[in-house]
Design a protein around this ligand. Structure first.
Ligand SMILES: *[C@@H]1O[C@H](CO)[C@@H](O)[C@H](O)[C@H]1NC(C)=O
Ligand SMILES: *[C@@H]1O[C@H](CO)[C@@H](O)[C@H](O)[C@H]1NC(C)=O
Ligand SMILES: *[C@@H]1O[C@H](CO)[C@@H](O)[C@H](O)[C@H]1NC(C)=O
Ligand SMILES: *[C@@H]1O[C@H](CO)[C@@H](O)[C@H](O)[C@H]1NC(C)=O
Ligand SMILES: *[C@@H]1O[C@H](CO)[C@@H](O)[C@H](O)[C@H]1NC(C)=O
Ligand SMILES: *[C@@H]1O[C@H](CO)[C@@H](O)[C@H](O)[C@H]1NC(C)=O
Ligand SMILES: *[C@@H]1O[C@H](CO)[C@@H](O)[C@H](O)[C@H]1NC(C)=O
Length: 647
């Protein structure tokens, strides 16, 4: 899994980053749900359009498409304003050649999954899809382009595009903000195609978040998201209906079949455009200058301990929308049957009233502002559960796309304390090239230059301590995967600090500690990165059962997505080379693009396939389907799982 952050955004979308599909103002259509039959539901949605201030006035060339975009009132912005501006940006072949060379080098020499992605088949729940990223990029290099936008869009597609399997869906309306009463209507077609096949194609061409079609569906469709500001779950439209890249056309057409109507309903929903930042421009040239070519941003020095421990959320995360709130923030408790005991910035502890021996630990992210403070929240929450005589704990991981590996390893150990110091560590390796070895040598001698210092990694062949020489990088081995040979380090591990004794002492007193039968996981597959790592430990190593909800009825669904890698941004890598006084083999990109790529891959214990591609480890023990009730209320879903788990 790689994340390419805002390549297309800055080449094209950055000023008007969020496009949302909705009806013409003032009424706004919202949210549609897919279902294979009356019992199966997943959800997708559309969203509202706030009024926004217009661009600051500037002299504008009216014949220039970007000039028109600049002077158009946000509320009058149409799809064509955006696409016309993007299409008018001329293709610069020298700049494109540089960008492509850099992207190609990253995927040839640095990205850890280039070889694994060449696999032709995969066990369920993954789909069979060969992704030859180097070949795709080389093909782009041979292409003839006239449009800058098309060029960058093709790179994005090559990177996020994964093959897809077969799946069958129909869709339903989850929520209609236009208040036209379309809730629970079945969506028969989208843009004249069977709704199922339309979504399938969309997932295939646009989605790179998971190797599993059904997990991708859950990312695409509407869901409920915990809002840390209000402490309530709110409806999220999903990535099909809220986009940060230009949609396939100016509007979506839906044909609905509603339960109480004989006639079908036809809706034509225009995309609504939300400017997310204001940057002044007057024409295509100043658009490129001010939006695409940004001033260099300061790069953070290596994190303490030298190793990046987080894998950021997916590229598709939508920034907070500008504009007024449509409804006042809710107050008071959201659920009548679940008391909130403790709330942190990453976790919330609910106590089920009519199943008082059950506590629900919602962990909606592993990226709180202060992971250390969150550890105390977790201790407080578990202590509160204990005080209420809770014996069973349900983890709700839906929508947790990861964050701090430390925090995730901490949570694993709070439930299953390590017996051995490396129990919560993943065997890992790193792809090696000569320029990287040079960087590693200097990093070994001088502290704080880069993440590539052997001193920060565990020497697995030598007990539990870190390397005291540079053999990790200096003595690589050749691995051939799917016909492609590369140099790799031997197996090592990130150096995750032990959990402080105050936490372990408390954990030893809890009745559920190290008891798989008292713990369950609830996931919709949108549990990424560090969340996937925690899920792996609990399910594979500690035998905890998981319930995976959504996807397609009767089909498998991954418990988690894009697990098992640590990521780096191109800018960070460049700053490492700079700190070491070595010329980087990579040229900086001309545009304000960030390429984020996996540089360290992890494996399940005793496994030979990297965790990212080890499909067998993604299968849950139990499957659940969304219903109109449980999709709209977490409380209903929690009670369903608790009843099934602890009869
Ligand atoms: C993937 O390929 C294997 C081997 O050809 C096959 O058994 C399996 O059914 C395929 N899976 C899918 C989802 O098509
Ligand atoms: C949660 O975030 C708020 C706002 O950023 C901060 O004031 C508070 O200290 C944080 N709490 C924890 C436990 O990190
Ligand atoms: C927990 O159980 C103990 C022992 O049975 C009992 O005394 C106590 O009242 C219970 N606490 C709550 C909050 O139910
Ligand atoms: C292995 O560990 C011991 C101490 O535990 C240390 O003295 C030795 O240098 C280490 N060897 C390597 C190659 O890191
Ligand atoms: C794992 O859990 C299942 C119940 O889900 C139980 O039947 C099985 O015995 C457990 N296996 C081990 C090795 O504890
Ligand atoms: C890089 O060069 C600067 C300036 O000459 C120097 O201060 C620094 O120590 C050098 N860094 C390394 C790792 O050699
Ligand atoms: C891995 O292999 C070792 C040695 O055979 C064994 O002791 C250990 O239990 C295995 N771990 C897992 C998770 O299979």
């Amino acid at each position: 899994m790689i994340l390419l952050r805002s390549l297309i955004l800055s080449a094209s979308v950055a000023v008007l980053a969020v496009l949302s599909n909705a009806a013409p103002a003032p009424s706004v259509f919202d949210n549609i749900e897919p279902t294979i039959d009356t019992q199966h539901e997943s959800f997708l949605a559309e969203t509202t359009a706030p009024g926004l201030e217009s661009n600051p006035g500037n002299p504008v060339t009216l014949t220039d498409a970007c000039g028109v975009l600049a002077i158009t009132e946000p509320r009058n912005l149409k799809y064509r304003h955006v696409i016309d501006c993007y299409n008018s940006i001329p293709f610069d072949s020298a700049q494109a050649a540089t960008s492509l060379a850099t992207v190609l080098t990253i995927f040839q020499d640095y990205y850890v999954f280039t070889d694994s992605a060449l696999a032709r088949t995969a066990p369920t729940p993954f789909v069979n899809a060969t992704q030859n990223i180097v070949g795709e990029l080389e093909k782009i290099g041979r292409g003839k382009y006239t449009s800058d936008y098309k060029f960058h869009n093709d790179i994005l597609t090559a990177i996020t595009g994964l093959g897809d399997g077969h799946a069958a869906y129909s869709i339903r309306v989850y929520k209609d903000e236009g208040q036209r009463g379309s809730e629970d209507c079945i969506v028969e077609t989208i843009n004249g195609q069977a709704a199922l096949s339309y979504l399938r194609t969309y997932a295939k061409n646009i989605f790179g978040l998971s190797h599993d079609t059904n997990a991708r569906l859950n990312f695409m469709l509407a869901s409920q998201t915990y809002n840390t500001d209000t402490g309530h779950y709110i409806d999220s439209p999903g990535m099909f209906s809220e986009r940060s890249t230009v949609p396939e056309g100016p509007h979506l057409e839906y044909r609905l079949k509603c339960p109480n109507l004989k006639e079908t309903v036809e809706l034509r929903e225009e995309w609504i455009i939300f400017p997310t930042h204001e940057i002044a421009f007057t024409d295509a040239a100043s658009y490129v200058e001010n939006v695409c070519i940004a001033p260099p941003e300061p790069i953070a020095p290596p994190a303490e301990g030298g190793v990046v421990r987080r894998r950021d959320g997916p590229i598709h995360r939508i920034t907070k929308r500008a504009g007024p709130e449509t409804s006042p923030p809710p107050t008071g408790p959201q659920f009548l049957g679940a008391d909130v005991l403790v709330t942190g910035n990453a976790s919330v502890f609910y106590h089920l009233k009519d199943q008082p021996n059950t506590g629900v630990l919602v962990c909606h992210t592993f990226m709180p502002s202060d992971p250390e403070a969150e550890k105390d929240v977790i201790l407080d929450g578990l202590t509160a559960f204990h005080a209420k005589n809770v014996t069973n704990i349900l983890f709700d991981f839906q929508g947790n796309t990861g964050g701090s590996i430390d925090l995730s390893a901490f949570l694993v150990q709070m439930l299953f304390p390590n017996k051995h110091p490396l129990d919560a560590a993943f065997p890992s390796d790193i792809r090696i090239t000569e320029p990287l070895q040079e960087l590693a040598r200097l990093s070994f001698d001088t502290e704080g230059i880069s993440y590539f210092s052997a001193r920060d990694f565990i020497n697995l062949a030598n007990g539990t301590s870190t390397y005291e020489n540079n053999e990790l990088f200096d003595k690589p081995t050749t691995l051939t995967r799917n016909g492609r040979s590369s140099l790799w380090t031997e197996k090592t591990s990130l150096n995750i600090p032990p959990v402080a004794s105050k936490y372990m002492t408390a954990a030893a007193s809890f009745p559920w500690t190290a008891k798989a039968e008292n713990i369950r996981i609830l996931t919709d597959g949108r549990c990424g990165s560090a969340c996937g790592m925690a899920s792996y430990f609990w399910t594979t190593i500690h035998n905890v059962s998981a319930y995976a909800v959504g996807g397609t009825r009767g089909e498998d669904l991954s418990m988690f997505s894009f697990a098992g890698a640590s990521v780096l941004q191109l800018d960070q890598l460049q700053s490492f080379y700079k700190a070491a006084n070595i010329t980087s083999p990579l040229t900086d990109l001309a545009y304000k693009n960030t390429i984020t790529f996996s540089w360290l891959e992890m494996y399940g214990k005793n496994r030979t396939t990297p965790l990212e591609y080890d499909a067998e480890l993604y299968r849950p023990k139990h499957r659940l389907d969304f219903t109109p009730e449980n999709a709209r209320s977490r409380e209903v879903l929690w009670k369903e799982v608790a009843a099934a788990a602890w009869k």
